[in-house]
Design a protein around this ligand. Structure first.
Ligand code: NAD
Ligand code: UFG
Length: 348
């Protein structure tokens, strides 16, 4: 269910503001596009399709019943990004573009530093040159590394344990320095916990190109019979059932958090970092059981060894988001599972 009060405000404030969504064809960017357009924003998608499919553009036009501008390109292409910002008279940027596979970042760190940090530098320089100084950045709970206490609040020390996580910390630091150097910048870094689920239309969702690393898309492949079983990475953690606990958040709640962040930046300059989660933790077994129950599917699983780099428990303190953004997640685990299943059960 939508947060209706916030939606009234989003719609009132959108005023055909022109927003660039880097990575706008990807999982979270495409869901953000659907909501922003529904609220009345003018949206331009910018994506190099390295981890997404151009068909998402058509599906977004179907969902919104609008023509949507899409520029195929790489954020490291300074000339193109600068031209796009200028041509579409962009007023704010939501920066989703990035590579996000933890294991791959360990194998190929330079690719991650080049794409994520280099790409962000190119984007921010182009924004500065075009005098566009409002940005919402996709950060991650991975910046906290191994939790020293729970729930994790925004003052928790930052210490990523892999190159992917370090790219997020470096980008945050670059943005924070920029805000100090020039008080006109309005910067929000949103630290996502575990986004899952999909748009109500069933037309867009999370569809990774390779075999999924993440739990929910993997469960779906097993439920569809495309993979034999879920490998549960360890049942000997200090958690109620021994399996890993995470803070799963519905992607539509997450995008509403972005819209609240955009409103916040209307009246606040400087650099801000806020967690986006629900504040609740669910174990791997609870996710498999709930998914199986609400979708009436069988999800066989097997307990295997722990995955390198996994932490036992991670969940967010959501007080800061409530206080600063007036936002909190509304959708429950059942909705997350059902919406993810609706889109993925019908796709190949
Ligand atoms: P995604 O891979 O589905 O979307 C990212 C999009 O960016 C893709 O469409 C890809 O083609 C595009 N892209 C990548 N590099 C690009 C470049 N150099 N130029 C232009 N486009 C480029 O991933 P997502 O799940 O939608 O994640 C969006 C952002 O949120 C990422 O920055 C990710 O690190 C962050 N994040 C995601 C999660 C998660 O669990 N999904 C959690 C925390 C943070
Ligand atoms: N898990 C399994 N089997 C699988 C996949 C995952 O048991 O096949 C378990 C993991 O061990 C973990 C939980 O399911 O306990 C969630 O794992 P995910 O891979 O779905 O998510 P992570 O918490 O490991 O990481 C995700 C993103 C990161 C991001 C992080 C925090 O992949 O990019 O959330 O936001 F940094």
């Amino acid at each position: 269910m939508k947060n209706l009060k916030l939606w009234e405000e989003y719609t009132r404030e959108s005023l055909h503001l022109s927003i660039l969504l880097t990575g706008g064809i990807g999982y979270i960017g495409s869901h953000a596009a659907a909501s922003l357009i529904e609220a009345g924003y003018d949206v331009v998608l910018f994506d190099n399709l390295s981890n997404s499919d151009a068909s998402v553009h058509n599906r977004l036009e179907k969902i919104t019943n609008k023509k949507i501008s899409f520029v195929e390109g790489d954020i490291r292409d300074f000339e193109l990004i600068s031209k796009t910002l200028n041509q579409y008279k962009i007023e704010a940027v939501m920066h989703f573009a990035g590579l996000k596979a933890v294991g791959e970042s360990v194998q190929n760190p330079l690719r991650y530093y080049d794409n994520n940090v280099g790409g962000s530098m190119s984007l921010i320089r182009a924004m500065q040159e075009n005098n566009i100084k409002k940005i919402v950045f996709s950060s991650s709970a991975t910046v906290y590394g191994v939790p020293q206490y729970l729930p994790i609040d925004e003052s928790h020390p930052l210490s990523a344990i892999n190159p992917y996580g370090r790219t997020k910390i470096y980008i945050e630091e670059i943005l924070a320095d920029l805000a100090i150097s020039d008080p006109d910048w309005k910067i929000m870094s949103l630290r996502y916990f575990n986004p899952i689920g999909a748009h109500d239309s069933g037309l867009i969702g999370e569809s990774p190109k390779a075999v999924p690393n993440n739990l929910m898309p993997y469960i779906i492949k097993v439920a569809k019979g495309e993979l034999a079983k879920v490998n549960v990475y360890g049942d000997d953690y200090q958690t109620p059932d021994g399996t890993g606990v995470r803070d799963y958040i519905h992607v539509m709640d997450l995008v509403e958090g972005h819209m609240a962040a955009l409103l916040f930046l209307n009246n606040h300059s400087g650099f801000h970092a806020i967690n986006l989660g629900t504040g609740n933790g669910y174990s791997v077994k609870e996710i498999i059981d709930t998914f199986s129950k609400v979708t009436h599917t069988k999800v066989p699983y097997e307990i295997v060894g722990r995955r390198d780099g996994d932490v036992a428990i991670s969940y967010a303190s959501v007080d800061h988001a409530k206080k600063l953004l007036g936002w909190q997640a509304k959708r429950d685990l059942k909705e997350m599972c059902l919406s993810a299943w609706k889109v993925m059960s019908s796709s190949k």
